[in-house]
Design a binder for this molecule. Structure first.
Ligand SMILES: Nc1ncnc2c1ncn2[C@@H]1O[C@H](COP(=O)(O)OP(=O)(O)OP(=O)(O)O)[C@@H](O)[C@H]1O
Ligand SMILES: [Mg+2]
Length: 623
């Protein structure tokens, strides 16, 4: 039997380093966190050869006391917590007291520091020796510099796992991006092989913050994002979420911070995915930069050595809050006129409404500002030769016949609810989506608004409107149904006929009345009024298929949205259906008041805008 021995400090640290230091990026993360914890407002990062050769991080924080310098390199030595109570309400990014010990056990490390309100600066080095560091005077302004050279020089096995310089640098840059997103008040500079890669000034306004995000992530994201600021039950969520039309094939632009710490948390990811579920194109990933703030004692950050995971004391509350806030914000994404009064209300009631269009890059896609310069001679309906706003009332009736030919006196017609979105008859303002000019190849509606041209995908838009209406009707008074003049006999499979019988009640709630005629035939007696124009046979077969695929084992509430979405898809205006001008205008007005109308049920965009400026550019006008 071999005897038990105590490991040398260096070996113990090297083992521990395995958990936190896998590549240069991890070193940068730990060092940046230390600088931020030291109250730095400016951090300079110098990197050579992807960080393997050199990582030097210099900050202007409060520095380290001379006698603490050697201690800072030993394991379980920290100035950030003293007891369990501190740990349970920890606000600093670090607290385990092992990062410097780990890093210095697998590299050559020099730590220089000048403590605030002290005369001299001091330095310690650790390399090769058994973690015993000697303190020497040095020249250094107030703050701390950590210089790490030759990562894994003494652990060749780990060195083998390092990738190319470029790959390592990409990982490292990502860490810096995250930190720069979490601390807008801090200036960052990153140099790689002497070349400046990022130079970020501290942000003093929301505009600065949006500029920083645009430069770190993408300018397009900022253009296609809405800002969010919500507060409830002691939780605060703010930041920016990408419109569903700005999605990515990978989940690589998702930043979520909990009390300033970046986390990758399953519960958070799930809540966000749920919120986007109805609007994101299948297989795409949303983009967001979000900050959750809550009492630090309600979240445990000591779950994993890298601190990427957290545990919420009340996970359900957090999930619910995230889901509801984002669902609401995404629901409000639709073409709208933002009046000055709206803006004032928004800002005075951030908890209630909370959404303000991003102000970055001039114009946000989704807030077609009424105050936009109306230099275009087409800007007003008066001289556009188009329908004046007052006539729109009339058009609504025409459009309503698209899906509701017999208004029910008992239930207010969906059309009746649109008054708030309608311009008053004496109002000369152009609605956000403007007025229809023509229909293109039976697929698109062309319209003009204050800013230029609007192109609408007729089917996609109508599909969303129908879907949202079906959802509301289903939840509120039930989907209204209407007998067919001539009941329709449909041939189905035996399985489908069985399903029709088994789910009779669910189908009634959806507005269908089906009756079994024989082993493989059904008769359709009633259809939802909203889907009056749909091909009833195809629709019924599709719905029975949906039930077969999802409903056999699940409860209707779980796949309600899928069924309603199929119904909407089948019941909406198809391509090549000629719409009259009034019908087209009514569709535009409907889009303006329907939640989530920026995307169809499958997450595809329903409309786009080409501004006069963009059109001018296309034709090189004014150059
Ligand atoms: N840039 C810095 N400025 C001031 N003090 C620092 C700096 N870097 C490290 N320190 C001091 O050294 C100590 C050890 O740092 P180290 O990163 O090893 O542990 P920690 O930050 O306390 O915990 P963790 O292991 O979770 O990061 C810190 O507690 C802090 O007192
Ligand atoms: Mg630390």
């Amino acid at each position: 039997m071999k005897r038990i021995q105590i490991l040398s400090p260096r070996l113990a640290n090297q083992i521990a380093a395995g958990e936190v230091v896998e590549r240069p990026a991890n070193v940068v993360k730990e060092l940046l966190e230390n600088s931020v914890d030291a109250g730095a407002t400016r951090i300079e990062i110098d990197v050579e050869q992807g960080g393997v050769k050199l990582i030097r991080i210099r900050d202007n924080g409060f520095g380290i006391e001379k006698d603490d310098l050697p201690l800072s390199l030993s394991r379980h030595a920290t100035s950030k917590i003293k007891d369990l109570d501190d740990l349970e309400a920890v606000q600093s990014l670090g607290f385990r007291g092992e990062a410097l010990a780990s890093i210095s056990s697998v590299s050559r490390l020099t730590l220089s520091s000048h403590e605030r309100d002290h005369e001299e600066a001091w330095q310690v080095e650790a390399a090769g020796r058994d973690m015993l560091a000697e303190v020497k005077p040095c020249a250094h302004p107030v703050g701390t510099t950590v210089e790490m050279r030759d990562l894994f020089f003494n652990t060749p096995a780990r060195r083998k796992f390092l990738r190319t310089e470029k790959t390592e640098f990409n990982h490292l840059e990502e860490v810096i991006k995250r930190m720069a997103l979490s601390r807008f008040d801090v200036a960052f500079q990153l140099r790689h092989n002497q070349k400046v890669i990022h130079a970020l000034r501290p942000c003093t306004s929301e505009f600065d913050q949006e500029k920083r995000i645009a430069s770190l992530l993408s300018a397009q994201f900022m253009k296609e994002a809405v800002s969010i600021d919500m507060e409830a039950a002691g939780l605060k969520l703010w930041g920016w979420v990408g419109l569903p039309t700005f999605s990515r094939s990978a989940a690589d632009m998702q930043y979520f911070f909990v009390n300033g710490r970046i986390v990758r948390d399953k519960l958070v990811a799930h809540a966000i995915r749920q919120a986007y579920k109805d609007v994101l194109y299948h297989g795409r990933h949303s983009v967001f930069v979000l900050y959750l703030e809550l009492d630090p004692s309600l979240v445990d950050v000591n779950v994993h050595p890298t601190k990427h995971e957290v545990r919420f004391r009340d996970g359900r509350l957090v999930h619910d809050f995230l889901f509801r806030s984002l669902h609401k914000v995404l629901g409000q994404v639709r073409p709208q006129v933002e009046t000055e009064q709206d803006a004032a209300t928004l800002h005075s009631q951030p908890q209630v409404s909370g959404v303000a269009a991003g102000e970055f890059a001039g114009q946000n896609n989704m807030s077609l500002s009424q105050t936009a310069p109306a230099q275009s001679p087409w800007a007003t309906p008066a001289n556009s030769g188009q329908i004046a706003p007052g006539q729109v009332q009339e058009q609504m009736a025409a459009y309503s016949q698209l899906h509701d030919p017999s208004p029910r006196p008992m239930q207010p017609s969906p059309m009746a609810t649109i008054q708030p979105g309608m311009p008053a008859s004496d109002d000369k303002t152009v609605p956000p989506l403007g007025y229809a000019i023509a229909q293109l190849h039976g697929v698109f509606i062309l319209a003009q608004n204050e800013n230029g041209m609007v192109v609408v995908d007729m089917h996609a838009a109508h599909e969303r409107i129908t879907y949202e209406r079906l959802k509301t009707a289903y939840d509120e008074q039930g989907i209204a149904s209407q007998p067919l003049l001539v009941p329709e006999t449909t041939h189905v499979s035996q399985q489908q006929a069985d399903i029709a019988e088994q789910h009779d009640e669910d189908l009634t709630k959806l507005g269908f009345a089906l009756e079994r005629l024989g082993p493989e035939s059904l008769v359709i007696r009633q259809m939802p009024i909203l889907l009056r124009n749909a091909n009833s046979e195809a629709l019924v077969v599709k719905i029975l298929e949906d039930f077969r695929m999802s409903g056999a084992s699940r409860h209707m509430t779980e796949f309600r949205n899928e069924v309603l979405s199929s119904m909407a898809c089948h019941g909406s205006v198809r391509a090549n259906r000629q719409l009259t001008m009034p019908e087209m205008n009514a569709l535009l007005r409907d889009m303006e008041i329907t939640e989530r109308s920026g995307q169809c049920n499958h997450g595809r965009p329903t409309w786009t805008q080409l501004t006069m400026g963009e059109l001018d550019k296309l034709f090189m006008r004014g150059r």
